[in-house]
Design a protein around this ligand. Sequence first.
Ligand code: UD1
Length: 349
Amino acid sequence: MTKVGARPQFVKAAVLSRALVAAGLTEHLVHTGQHYDDALSGSFFRDLCLPEPTINLGVGSGTHGGQTTRMLEGIESACLQLHPELVVVLGDTNSTLAGALAAVKLRIPVAHVEAGLRAGGLGMPEEANRLVADRLSSLLFAPTAEAAANLVREGHDPSSIHLVGDVMVDALRTFAPADPEPFLVRFGVARRGFVFATLHRAENTDNPVRLVLLLAALDAVARDLPVVFCVHPRTRARIAAAGWSPRYLTIHEPADYRTSLALSATAAAVATDSGGVQKEAAVLGTPVVLLRDRTEWRELVDRGWRHLWPQDGDLAAAIAIASPGRPLADLYGGGLAAQRIAAILATQR
Ligand code: UD1
């Protein structure tokens, strides 16, 4: 039983589901309903040809405690109904945490895909979700060597750790448009002539002072260079609540997956606080200015792809000097992560 709930999990599940079927395994997708808008959920199921979830719990939004509680109850019922041999959880969202906890309480083994990533500190809700999901999992699928090393350092049983590569890079290789140019027409921008920006992490959106600082910085960039700013519904709501209006920036709906990849591939630079988008951009050859002070994808820093924006500084200047780093091709498993995971799961029966 694979647990999904939020946008990046649909991308990861798309490649994993195909590999599980190819390995002769039967999979039930259970959707928590954490994301429910067509732009964040339905469009991903269509574009990635994901099978319909066997169960959609429809938990929707809420406080972390309320949302996670509803997920726990729902996933427990789903497990009692479907009797999975194994529960697979993906990434670091509240859906990941609830899936791992509900399963382990029923003594169902848990496999965590994207295990061992650490940004450091508990300032982001995702870090707590990662730590707990890893502790509860008996199979730990690490996307990078550093993630695997983190798990060893934290005392996980080495036999439970498998360095398989990154399923999001598998997905990118499978779904990235061969010709990204047609995707740019809608935004009226030219290859390498714009910045692609996204902003949704709670530590940025839920602090009004920080949010307005970030928006003002993006607006200043947009004065001289087009910025394609694709906005998560939470961010849109917080912008309205802050009473902020742009002078130069145009606010777009969240991009669907293939549009996001096309924008990441062709932008002059990507400015984002997303874990997935920062990596996709770098893998596609576009430098990234990170709108956060730390990242769980540290190899992007080591290899010079990720440039930090000092928040009291000039974002336009940070974007102007952002440049491609050293090649990343050896880092993420060469597009075979899902296949490796499926092969290991097939031996667990
Ligand atoms: C979640 C993950 C984050 C991941 C992101 C991907 C957690 C703690 N965070 O953040 O790690 O990077 O997904 O997008 O799990 N909303 C809608 N429509 C939806 C879903 C949400 O309008 O379909 C709005 C609601 O106002 C909601 C807010 O967005 O309160 C936040 O949604 P939530 O599920 O809490 O987390 P994300 O910010 O999406």
